[in-house]
Design a protein around this ligand. Structure first.
Ligand SMILES: [Zn+2]
Length: 83
């Protein structure tokens, strides 16, 4: 009987822990992107090869007062050589 109560308690504890984790994840935007973090997922175009890349993953260069993003170090080099 005591074993069953402990088991039940354990299950309830797990249930509430998991539920709390989900709530926290949702609030901090780790599971659902509905917070200010969304701005990091803007897609930008690499002007050298034309590939679209997430802004946060791109290599950022400020050239002539505008920001440009590159998919790789190679594209960045090419761009800087041509400009
Ligand atoms: Zn590129």
């Amino acid at each position: 009987m005591i074993v069953r109560l402990l088991l039940l308690g354990g299950i309830l504890y797990l249930f509430f822990t998991v539920r709390r984790l989900f709530r926290e994840a949702r609030r901090t935007g780790h599971l659902y992107d509905d917070g200010p973090a969304r701005i990091d997922d803007v897609m930008v175009q690499d002007p050298v090869c034309g590939t679209y890349i997430p802004k946060k993953d791109g290599i950022r260069v400020v050239a002539g007062g505008r920001e440009v993003y590159f998919c790789s170090e190679d594209c960045r080099k090419k761009f800087l050589e041509e400009n």
